[in-house]
Design a protein around this ligand. Sequence first.
Ligand code: ADP
Length: 182
Amino acid sequence: MISLMNTGNSAQNKIFLDRGDITRLDCDCIVNAANNSLLGGGGVDGAIHRAAGKKLLEECRTLHGCATGEAKITGGYNLKAKYVIHTVGPIYSGAASDAKMLADCYRNSLNLAKQYGIRSIAFPAISTGVYGYPAEQAAGIAVRTIHQWFDANADYGMEVILSCFNDVTYNLYKILLKDEMK
Ligand code: ADP
């Protein structure tokens, strides 16, 4: 894992990049790019459910789904992470509302994490798989929204890990974060 930056007035908050499988990360919380049902799916959702075990699905059934852009929290069960935050990204349509909903996913997940005292949280590149969000735009929204949250919560001390499952995502984040280093 490499630490790339710590900018502006967000001295207590940091972003890290990790190239690999989010289910292996040893942090307080991992974020699931779920679907509205919260009952499992493919991609990172399937991987998280496989790694966490059947109890995760049992708890998800009690949540009665999740609206796009919103976030809900469960335990992490067999994961190293104590919590999973499930958020639902937009299915890319090209409408202006896509970007707002994607930003909502990051902001609402971070707010929920803070409510639970979480200090380290890993995000997959939400919506950039089956949901078809162009990777470069999605990476820009992720980084911007995380920095906005850092500015609004400057003294909190959150470590955000951007989990990259492919080189395209990894390289996009690397460029974006390097550009913003001061
Ligand atoms: P969505 O439906 O939100 O597009 P996907 O799971 O299809 O969700 O993909 C979201 C992102 O998660 C993609 O960039 C994909 O490469 C990545 N991904 C898939 N599996 C994993 C994993 N085990 N760890 C981290 N990222 C993953």
